[in-house]
Design a protein around this ligand. Structure first.
Ligand code: SF4
Length: 310
């Protein structure tokens, strides 16, 4: 849900505003999950279902699976020839992620080169705008530097893409930390209502409110962070009742769970429809890959010609 609120809802709006390419980053998934790929195929299908049920429309945007467009990998190879190691080592998320996922061996070329593949993902479509969160800005800056270096060494064929920074609301995880699968504190948009209710019931609340008649502090309560997005006109009432201790955390969570279930209901209905068509998702991704490859092959050929390979 964090990804839905923080990114995908914005993508759904963007598909009405311009030519958009969205892909399921399965090559990128391998950079951290290379050792165990048993669930990869099913994960790809589930991500596609999430995106489609959230409102990405294959008639309005190009939706595909990254590895179905091998031009991404080939442009990545060309870019890897011109990208200094020092640029990659200074990307802030590089050391941070290694520390966060210390149970995995991330001392691989693929993990270090992740931002180079990202540059290829963007520049293969000559994208001019990329919707990003603030934490992704250093990666986008690297994409701009790689484009600049290619343009300087060979010919100016790549635009320097701009980041579209939208003030995305941030949903905390169930334990109050950043919502992340690695922390197992997520609410999935495919979670059935009973699971959503159970998960919301387990959420941490204001740590200073120990007893029912203690006055609460909504500003430090993760549950209230959800209210800011889902409570609508009830937001101020909920805060006032919490501060006056006239609202208990159990009822507060029940009310939130009800709002989330209502919010997810149309997404679940769309998902159920998609799941009925047995090969529907595969067909959508295959058609998207075909469209993406036309654009990607043009750019790759142009780049290879400038390098002297074609
Ligand atoms: S009443 Fe609601 S907002 Fe207040 S502390 Fe409890 S869960 Fe949080």
């Amino acid at each position: 849900m964090g990804n839905l609120i923080g990114a995908v809802e914005n993508w759904v709006k963007l598909q009405d505003q311009g030519e958009c390419y969205f892909f399921i980053a399965d090559y990128h998934a391998l950079t951290t999950a290379y050792a165990d790929t048993k669930a990869l195929k099913e994960d790809i299908k589930q991500v596609a279902l999430d995106l489609l049920s959230a409102g990405l429309d294959p008639d309005k945007c190009v939706l595909f699976k990254q590895s179905d467009v091998p031009e991404h990998a080939e442009l990545h190879l060309l870019f890897s020839m011109i990208t200094p190691l020092s640029w990659l080592e200074r990307v802030p998320s590089y050391k941070g992620k290694i520390a966060e996922l210390k149970e995995k061996d991330l001392g691989t070329y693929g993990f270090l080169g992740y931002p180079v593949l990202q540059a290829a993902d963007i520049l293969i479509y000559k994208a001019t705008h990329v919707p990003v969160g603030e934490d992704q800005l250093p990666h986008l800056e690297l994409t701009r530097e790689i484009a600049r270096r290619f343009n300087y060494l060979y010919k100016a064929i790549f635009p320097e893409p701009q980041g579209d920074l939208t003030a995305f609301p941030v949903l905390p995880g169930l334990d109050g930390r950043k919502m992340s699968k690695s922390y197992q504190n997520t609410i999935a948009i495919s979670d059935p209502p009973a699971t959503v209710r159970k998960k919301v019931g387990s959420m941490v609340t204001d740590p200073e409110r120990i007893k029912r008649d203690d006055k609460g502090h909504p500003d430090i309560c993760p549950v209230y962070a959800y209210y800011r997005i889902f409570a609508g006109s009830q937001l101020n009432k909920a805060a006032a009742e919490c501060q006056a201790a006239t609202r208990g955390c159990v009822e507060c969570k029940k009310e939130l769970a009800g709002s989330l279930v209502d919010y997810l209901a149309p997404l679940h209905a769309r998902r159920a429809k998609l799941e009925k068509d047995h090969h529907g998702v595969e067909k959508i991704l295959a058609a998207g890959a075909q469209k993406a490859r036309e654009a990607a092959a043009r750019t790759l050929l142009e780049a290879k010609k400038e390098v002297g390979l074609a």
